[in-house]
Design a protein around this ligand. Structure first.
Ligand SMILES: [Zn+2]
Length: 542
């Protein structure tokens, strides 16, 4: 797969060739940069300038000497690291897409082309390596290089419609996971007494391991339950009662079911201060529901914090805590660890500050697997802002507004149902925000299960509070008609327990909120106005 036995022998003989000025420069390079020490307090211009310089050094010293893929791409475009000296120079580098990492018959291990494979002979001649060898000994420097460059860990993409792609980490990347998650804890006001219950599923996925290293590297007591598939909702509830965590980390749908069950069982779970969500988008309605449920089990005033991350970044970012009901303060990015661009997904041009578009990622610290200008397929509603955060006052780039994650739902995102193209990301946000709806599932069917018949939408849901079936049916029908020009053919109301079964809580790693039960999963051929709004809407309770 990759060499497990790189032997680095620092070439001390090269030192005599260095002048005194160069040694001074080496010391400067060994110090953490201002971008790292002041990541949350620099103004936009200074931030961009320092990022541009770091980008140049990163390409020159880490990526281009050792990345087979980018050596080829840069050569094809007649580029070298000297051509990239500012953030705006990034536009010279072509985008990397998900497909670029997928294996093909002629390239069976494509993702490995993106792995940095350092040449020991090149490293041994570097002034920093030579100097550290002199100061700290060759053996120690050899070990440091090994930890920086040799992959020892991986997570992978979930890959619903394509094969999963592995992203390899070195110790250097794992240290950055800890730094990133430590910043999440700092934004939330960390406390040595914090105890965390990590309810993300055991899997080689970023969300679980980010929270795992958040506990280990930030010295916080944490228990990982493995989520629903390992311990069920019941087992997770027992763990909360035993550990009495101050923070719960989980996917939104799963933690909703855990807390709902706690309310059903009339349990008291005092002391929860924060819920950290990841792995799925978080609608405003979801925050409200989770905070309400916590209040019902004896933990009022809970902060519900969403995180956004993706495999390819080997990082995740969070909001700072804010009072539910206010405008979310956006995801606080780390300018020293990578550059986010927001682009027009149609023509690929970079959007100005504050304009929505597709999120594009370039790392500045990664080793192991590295992608440059990676098109995430995720859409951020209001783009990036560099203004100081209204909530915490920190200055760093922030991603503002809703994120629609195409990657999870690629084949489902724009689905033709009843001849109308529906954006399911938007549909999910709308359903999550309806007051009185607990959990829900959209089921796509064919009328009479006949592949030639028209598509049907069946909505399964549970009620909360004092909402009525008739009231919800009318409200949802009007809402979907207004937003999407569709109406569900049927709405089935269920108890929460039945919803847990429908969503396969405790069975699947990720709960099912959208199920396509159409034979052969084919959408109906396009028929203009094929969706009669006077179609009879049935409401049933099975
Ligand atoms: Zn903030």
């Amino acid at each position: 797969m990759f060499s497990n036995s790189i032997t680095y022998t620092p070439d001390i003989s090269g030192l005599s060739a260095l002048g005194r000025g160069k040694i001074g420069l080496v010391f400067v390079h060994l110090m953490p940069s201002k971008l790292t020490t002041h990541w949350q307090s620099l103004g936009k211009n200074e931030q961009l300038e320092l990022q541009g310089r770091k980008l140049h050094r990163y390409l020159r010293d880490c990526v281009l000497p050792f990345s087979p893929h980018y050596q080829k791409i840069f050569a094809e475009h007649g580029l070298t690291a000297h051509d990239i000296r500012s953030v705006s120079d990034l536009t010279k580098i072509p985008y990397t897409r998900k497909d670029d990492l997928l294996s093909a018959p002629d390239a069976p291990r494509k993702a490995l082309d993106f792995l940095l494979k350092p040449d020991p002979a090149v490293l041994a001649k570097r002034p920093g390596v030579i100097l550290r060898s002199l100061l700290q000994g060759r053996a120690r420097e050899r070990d440091r290089l090994d930890r920086e460059w040799r992959p020892i860990f991986m997570t992978s993409t979930t890959g619903r419609s394509t094969e999963p792609v592995a992203f390899l980490y070195t110790q250097h990347d794992i240290k950055n996971l800890g730094i990133g998650s430590g910043r999440v804890a700092d934004l939330g006001g960390r406390n040595p007494e914090d105890r965390m219950l990590n309810m993300f599923p055991f899997a080689p996925h970023l969300a679980f391991w980010y929270m795992y290293y958040a506990g280990i590297q930030n010295n916080i007591f944490a228990l990982a339950t493995g989520g629903g598939k390992v311990m069920g909702t019941e087992g997770n509830l027992r763990a909360i009662q035993k550990i009495r965590p101050t923070a719960l980390a989980a996917m939104p749908t799963f933690i909703y079911h855990v807390l709902t069950q706690a309310v059903e069982e009339k349990l008291q779970l005092p002391g929860i201060r924060a819920i950290l969500l990841g792995g799925e988008k978080v609608a405003e309605g979801t925050r409200r529901k989770l905070a309400d449920l916590c209040a019902q089990v004896g933990s009022p005033g809970v902060q519900v914090v969403a995180t956004y991350g993706f495999t390819e970044a080997k990082l995740a970012w969070s909001e700072c805590p804010f009072t539910p009901g206010h405008k979310p303060p956006g995801y606080h990015l780390y300018p020293d660890m990578g550059i986010m661009e927001v682009i027009d997904p149609e023509n690929g041009t970079v959007q100005p500050e504050g304009r929505g578009g597709e999120i594009v990622w370039t790392p500045l610290e990664a080793r192991g697997t590295v992608v440059l200008r990676y098109r995430t397929g995720d859409f951020i509603e209001n783009g990036i802002t560099y203004e100081p955060c209204e909530c915490c006052g920190r200055r760093m780039p922030r991603l503002m507004g809703k994120i629609s994650r195409v990657s999870d739902f690629r084949s489902m995102r724009f689905q033709k149902v009843k001849g109308t193209v529906i954006d399911f990301n938007e549909l999910e946000h709308v359903l999550d925000d309806v007051r009185g709806v607990g959990s829900w599932q959209i089921e796509l069917r064919k009328a009479n299960d006949d592949p030639l018949e028209i598509d049907e939408i069946v909505l399964h849901l549970s009620r909360t509070g004092d909402s009525t079936e008739a009231g919800l049916t009318t409200a949802i029908s009007h809402l979907l008609q207004a937003h999407f020009e569709i109406r569900p053919n049927r709405i089935h109301f269920h108890a929460e327990e039945a919803m847990r079964e429908l969503q396969k809580v405790g069975v699947l790693i990720k709960e099912q909120k959208l199920v396509d039960n159409r034979p052969a999963a084919q959408a109906a051929p396009y028929q203009p106005r094929s969706m009669p709004t006077d179609q009879k809407l049935q409401t049933t309770r099975p």
